[in-house]
Design a protein around this ligand. Structure first.
Ligand code: UDP
Length: 363
């Protein structure tokens, strides 16, 4: 067998690059995927109750990058959806990100929006230098909010407290003084109308894209003549862990189906109670009408399928060594959350894939 391009991994990164190779370069490309399905961690499917669920946890698409939105819109229509999250603190379900209503209800106040700034100024550590995720919250919102909303959620999610994690992790969740209760404020937000898997099938639907599912690329690479490999698999695994293992945080996701409705929002976080981080009710994300409902509980773990690179100084340093190895291997291009060891959102993964295609593959 012979292909000019091989891609390891049929997630959103691998399929974006495959689609570009087929449609722009007009070349054949072989995509090798270890799962028996495409889609990577964006994979969704209809469960036994007929409800569309996200097998690897809730995925809400959001971007302010028009190029990315327009690109994916070639493969899907959108259910326009603005994500909202509640978080269970002190027995109340409060809006997250922290906003005017969260502050008023938490502290039993009735401050107007223009008074929230001054109140936050009175509780936050404005002069605190920012070196890690704990500093971000203490600086912007102070210790009460840090303790109740962030400290224990982060410990569950990452098995470490925020002071060990890069500032970028908690900075994903802003502190607001207005009453915008949306989780994201990007210009374009939604879910693919018929699901992520369907969208990605359309990306892969090209006679020059060949899919090999249920196969570890490393076990067949030697038998397939090729010029370039795009690796969206974990970079340390590609190099046989020769510099040591990078850490990846995983999730044990447990699903349940109930009659009726389950909770007042599509996602409810539980920073301080239970061992799971959050419960997702999928029909509230997808808009599907049903008299039943499927929910998932996320239990973070170090075992199993890689979900998150771990943003600590130690992991960054180890990744830098792997990156140097990668740079010495120009016939292999590393891409995506696992290939670049970066906590990409879906839109950033697509943007990076389009950039990598332009800079490293298109010529
Ligand atoms: N986080 C938190 N409390 C919350 C939600 C988030 O402490 O209620 C922190 C936690 O460290 C988490 C990070 O903020 O890993 C980023 O949250 P996000 O919702 O973006 O995580 P994801 O959806 O990617 O798992």
């Amino acid at each position: 067998m012979k292909f000019r391009y091989i891609i390891a991994g049929a997630g959103i990164t691998g399929l974006t690059i495959a689609e570009r190779i087929a449609n722009v370069l007009g070349d054949d490309v072989l995509v090798i995927e270890r799962d028996r399905h495409i889609g990577g961690n964006c994979y969704d499917f209809y469960d036994d109750a007929g409800l569309l669920i996200h097998k690897y946890g809730p995925h809400i698409f959001h971007t302010s990058d028009k190029e990315v939105w327009d690109y994916l819109s070639e493969f899907t229509d959108w259910r326009l959806y603005q994500h909202k999250v509640l978080t269970f603190v002190d027995g109340q379900m409060l809006p997250l990100p922290i906003c005017a209503e969260t502050i008023n209800r938490l502290f039993g106040l009735r401050l107007a929006h223009n008074e929230i700034d001054a109140f936050l100024d009175s509780i936050r550590e404005a002069d605190r230098p920012v070196n890690n995720s704990e500093d971000v919250v203490l600086k912007n919102a102070g210790s009460v909010i840090y303790e109740k909303f962030f400290k224990n959620y982060t410990k569950k999610q990452w098995d470490m407290y925020p002071d060990e994690l890069d500032a970028s992790v908690i900075s994903r969740v802003p502190i607001r003084t207005n009453d915008d209760q949306r989780y994201f404020t990007d210009t374009y937000q939604g879910l693919p109308r018929r699901g992520y898997t369907e969208m990605m099938h359309r990306m892969a639907d090209h006679p020059k894209i060949h899919l090999l599912l249920g196969t570890d690329y490393q076990s067949v690479l030697g038998e397939i003549e090729h010029e370039r490999l795009v690796c969206t698999a974990p970079v340390d695994a590609h190099f046989g862990y020769k510099l040591g293992r990078l850490k990846y945080r995983s999730l044990d996701i447990r699903f349940e189906t109930h009659d009726g409705d389950f909770q007042p929002a599509s996602v409810v976080n539980y920073p301080n109670d239970y061992d799971f981080t959050r419960i997702t009710e999928y029909k509230k994300l997808t808009g599907q009408q049903s008299d039943r409902t499927t929910i998932s509980f996320e239990f973070p773990t170090w075992e199993g399928r890689p979900y998150y690179p771990v943003p600590t100084p130690e992991q960054k340093a180890l990744y830098t060594q792997y990156k140097a190895l990668a740079d010495e291997t120009p016939d292999v291009v590393f891409a995506g959350r696992l290939g670049e060891y970066r906590y990409y959102n879906m839109d950033a993964a697509v943007a990076s894939a389009l950039r990598i295609f332009q800079e490293k593959l298109a010529r």
